[in-house]
Design a protein around this ligand. Structure first.
Ligand SMILES: C[S@@+](CC[C@H](N)C(=O)[O-])C[C@H]1O[C@@H](n2cnc3c(N)ncnc32)[C@H](O)[C@@H]1O
Length: 244
């Protein structure tokens, strides 16, 4: 995977591999997206840019009909495991080097060691589930801004740690197209977390993005969740088709 240059930036922020293959647990998703897991039982939920998150595996175990999509799906479980090692070592080195950027307690962790342990456990859960279920459609290869699903397939569409955090890799037009695509495959809501860049600052073109989405019939709402792994990230953007 290509790597970003490590040139100094005026605002402290993480310097990550182009888009790190990383993943969180169902517990973190529940807080980041303010999910009601009981209400989601039997519902179709899509996790876009699912990566190594164990959300899909854990949600399916709770009888939520969850599907993950990520450009790296399609690789073998062994191939993904190698990627895990590479990206995790780099991610946690970055995290430990810049502790002031993080709000561990607001994300439910006692320490960096606890966060790393839980993230590695989530990756393990994902890899075990992926090895069994990738052939049965639970994990689908695909990338924004064009997803391989029919219109309105999912009751809820989630997307964590891709839009806005990777604003340097993806331009405004990409973000707009990605939001429209997330809304296209949703029959209900889209929830995107976080709504800030890696420097913890709000996405600078958010007002323009929301205005253009509204013009195209997609209403949006900024919702505070309180889940904040890196500073400033405690909110999500909710999209719904229809008048705002
Ligand atoms: C930081 S991980 C986020 C994993 C998970 N959503 C989470 O929050 O724990 C970002 C993921 O985005 C995926 N990705 C990169 N480009 C993408 C694209 N154009 N469309 C969808 N996913 C993409 C990467 O492969 C990676 O798995």
């Amino acid at each position: 995977m290509p790597t970003l240059s490590l040139s100094p930036s005026p605002t402290p922020q993480l310097e990550l591999p182009a888009v790190a293959f990383f993943g969180r647990s169902l517990a973190e998703y529940t807080r980041a997206f303010a999910l009601d897991l009981t209400a989601l039982r039997g519902r179709d939920v899509l996790d876009v840019a699912s990566g190594l998150a164990s959300f899909v595996a854990e949600a399916c175990a709770r009888r939520i009909a969850a599907v993950g999509v990520d450009p790296l799906y399609g690789a073998t479980a062994a191939g993904l495991e190698e990627q895990v090692e590479r990206d995790y070592v780099r991610m946690f080195a970055q995290i430990r080097a810049k502790p002031s950027l993080f709000r561990l307690r607001a994300a439910g962790f006692r320490s960096f060691a606890a966060a790393e342990e839980e993230r590695r456990a989530a990756a393990r859960r994902f890899l075990d589930d992926y090895a069994v279920h990738r052939l049965y459609g639970r994990y689908v290869g695909g990338a924004l801004p064009q997803l391989p699903f029919f219109d309105g397939t999912f009751d809820l569409v989630l997307c964590a740690h891709l839009l806005f955090v990777c604003a340097r890799q993806f331009d405004f037009d990409w973000h707009l197209a990605a939001c429209r695509e997330l809304a296209r495959v949703s029959a209900g809501e889209v929830r995107i977390h976080p709504v800030v860049g890696l420097d913890g600052r709000p996405y600078s073109a958010l007002a323009r993005l929301r205005r253009l989405l509204r013009t195209g019939g997609i209403a949006s709402e900024l919702v505070t969740t309180g889940y904040e792994f890196f500073a400033g990230s405690g909110s999500m953007l909710v999209l719904r088709k229809g008048p705002s």
